[in-house]
Write a protein that binds this ligand. Structure first.
Ligand code: HEC
Length: 339
């Protein structure tokens, strides 16, 4: 029933918020605040995952720095990665979320997404305080999505239903920007934390929350795909996140199974594969998304996972040998354990 476009980013023709800065075309536009204020944003009524009734303009965005995306909990492809990405951004922004930055995920399937359903969804993705999941009347949500430039027309040919985009803005200064919700989380965190705040915090102590995070050292294709498509949900050697820790997974699963699961997890689960079913039940029913990866990318990923596993067991042996194993210091948002 939903139109959509997993990663195809159909730019809605009804892009009402016309002066949005779209990455990477870096055009900074200063707005006359009055233009994007109370008269522009509908003050429709929405209900939070805790059942609290709020008004979009006056309660949620007025005088605030906000991050808004559209989701629905039955979405199989784009949303899981999108929500996991925002969860990463939230972690990078630290305790600013809920203080001067607010996250709002609004459902486009209000019939099924009741406050209770949204609450469960928020918990699965470890959404912290300051991140509301909202539902409301269909017509209000449609109006709202058009006004914020995230609406897409229903397209029955597509099973996944919306633009994987996130709107970030500062209502008080009138700065608004639309980004891909599956972009580099560090980039989003800097734009939200610093750009929207006119770089007021850029030298402040709280910068260490995210800007000083160790840059990704990308060595190969597998590592690159892991960092961009998988790390929002998985670590290698740092424990479970939304999905299982993948350290050693190439030793416990057959390569063919892994390749198929990474390529079409939805099909493997639907077929009732016992391993996939067991994982699905254990990880609180969050779906491992079908990311439409090409075979060569999946191969590169499996090679990367295997190399990480091997590096880890070599390091463990060496450390045991020296009897002086120091725990690896965790960088902010580590992806792989250092060998
Ligand atoms: C939105 C979160 C999410 C993303 C993104 C994601 N996964 Fe997963 N993954 C999961 C969950 C959750 C599971 C557990 C199975 C399930 O519930 O579907 C899983 C399971 C797995 C498993 C099975 C682990 C085992 O013990 O057998 C592998 C392998 C895997 N993912 C690899 C990947 C790779 C590679 C990527 C990137 C291309 C990726 N995942 C992206 C959430 C995610």
């Amino acid at each position: 029933m939903f139109a959509c476009c997993r990663f195809s980013r159909v730019m809605s023709s009804a892009l009402s918020l016309a002066l949005i800065l779209i990455v990477p075309s870096a055009i900074l536009l200063a707005y006359n605040n009055s233009r994007w204020g109370a008269g522009y944003f509908p003050n429709v009524e929405l209900t939070t995952q805790d059942g609290q009734v709020v008004h979009f303009y006056s309660d949620l965005i007025k005088n605030k720095i906000v991050v808004i995306d559209l989701i629905y909990t039955h979405c199989v492809d784009a949303c899981p990665l999108e929500t996991a990405r925002l969860a990463q951004v939230q972690q990078m922004l630290g305790d600013r979320v809920g203080k001067d930055v607010f996250f709002y995920s609004i459902t486009i399937d209000p019939k099924r997404d009741t406050p209770k359903v949204l609450k469960d969804y928020a918990e699965k993705y470890h959404a912290g305080p300051g991140w509301l999941f909202l539902t409301g009347k269909k017509e209000d949500i449609d109006l709202l999505s058009k006004r914020i430039g995230l609406y897409s027309n229903p397209n029955p040919r597509n099973r996944d239903g919306h633009i994987a985009a996130v709107l970030i803005g500062n209502e008080a200064t009138g700065q608004w920007m639309r980004n891909s919700a599956t972009d580099n989380p560090r980039f989003l965190a800097v734009m939200i934390g610093d750009w929207l705040n006119s770089w007021k915090n850029s030298n402040a102590a709280n910068r260490s929350n995210y800007a000083e995070a160790t840059p990704l050292k990308i060595k190969d294709q597998g590592q690159y795909i892991f960092a961009t498509h998988c790390a929002a949900c998985h670590s290698i050697g740092y424990g479970d996140r939304i999905g299982p820790d993948l350290l050693g997974v190439t030793a416990t699963r057959h390569r063919a199974w892994l390749a198929r699961f990474i390529t079409v997890p939805d099909q493997v689960i639907a077929e009732g594969d016992p391993i996939a079913q067991g994982l699905f039940d254990k990880y609180k029913q969050v779906r491992m998304p079908n990311l439409r990866l090409a075979n060569e990318d999946v191969n590169a990923l499996i090679n990367f996972l295997a190399a990480q596993g091997a590096a880890h067991s070599n390091a463990a042996q060496t450390a045991a040998h020296r009897e002086s194993a120091q725990p690896a210091t965790a960088a902010v948002m580590p992806i792989t354990r250092r060998p």
